[in-house]
Design a protein around this ligand. Structure first.
Ligand SMILES: C[S@@+](CC[C@H](N)C(=O)[O-])C[C@H]1O[C@@H](n2cnc3c(N)ncnc32)[C@H](O)[C@@H]1O
Length: 256
């Protein structure tokens, strides 16, 4: 099996501009909630982990004194920097790095955010332990990601479905599992909110340049999904009309 980090680098390098232009990444109620729960203050220094197209860093940068946007993929950082320049948002420093080994000293940040990315990380506990290390006492962590049901069989099905579209998808967790990971890192969970995002299957698969064969397999998986999965995905339509839900959450936590 390929190393998930080199797979991520390869796939995001290839699709960097798609992620900058993607409507579901560019905004939405979940991004508004990330900004709200960040409670960003003008004197704060913030870190956005796995910044991708830079949408979260760009939304928060004007509210803080300093923003570092980190990503594993150099091409994503170039694309995010271009978007920040296009939007007239200055003061973001772009840093190449790994979420599981943050290249910063202890207690460097007042705020750490991470949106639509943690399902790529092979070791989420190591990631959140790193977040806790680089936060100053009283600092905040705001995490957004897709989630899966508590029932293990349904969770496994959904992760397989996601990995078929994007082989760099490692594993989405349930909200309860995330709460436990964050708690084990010594951060106090404050709020968790859920969001339903509808996707048209064809467009969602196009973002990762899926072949016609993969698209067909994804359609079959939705059609033949067990009842617990169908209740979660709420599929509608057939063939190119197929759409479905990806559930997301936004979680805020504090380092006491
Ligand atoms: C969908 S994009 C992120 C979207 C972005 N945060 C936003 O708000 O629009 C996922 C990003 O995670 C990055 N990534 C994957 N694994 C990583 C890791 N271990 N450390 C840092 N970045 C990683 C990829 O390079 C990619 O740019």
């Amino acid at each position: 099996m390929r190393d998930p980090k080199s797979l991520s680098r390869e796939r995001f390098a290839e699709h960097a501009d798609d992620y900058v232009r993607s409507q579901s990444h560019a905004g939405g109620a979940d991004l508004e909630k990330v900004v709200e729960l960040s409670r960003a203050q003008p004197e704060w220094v913030a870190l956005d982990v796995a910044t991708g197209g830079g949408h979260t860093a760009i939304a928060i940068a004007p509210r803080v004194a300093g923003m570092i946007a980190l990503d594993l993929t150099a091409e994503m950082l170039t694309a995010a920097a271009a978007l920040a320049a296009e939007r007239g948002v200055s003061g973001i420093e772009f840093v190449l790095g790994d979420a599981e080994k943050l290249p910063f000293p202890d207690e460097s940040f007042d705020l750490v955010t991470c949106r639509i990315a943690a399902h790529h990380f092979p070791d989420v506990q190591r990631f959140v332990d790193e977040v806790a290390r680089v936060l100053r006492p009283g600092g905040r962590f705001v995490l957004q990601d897709q989630c899966v049901p508590e029932v293990a069989a349904s969770a496994a099905f959904l992760n397989l479905f996601e990995r078929l579209r994007d082989p760099s998808h490692n594993r989405a967790l349930s909200q309860r599992a995330w709460t436990e990971v964050v708690g084990r890192a010594g951060l106090q969970v404050e709020e968790v909110a859920s969001f339903e995002k509808r996707h048209v299957l064809v467009e969602w698969a196009r973002m990762q340049s899926c072949t016609a064969q993969t698209l067909e397999r994804l359609q079959e998986m939705i059609r033949d999904a067990p009842e617990g999965v169908r209740a979660w995905m709420e599929p509608t339509g057939e063939g190119s009309e197929t759409s479905f839900t990806i559930w997301q959450f936004v979680l805020s936590a504090e380092k006491r």
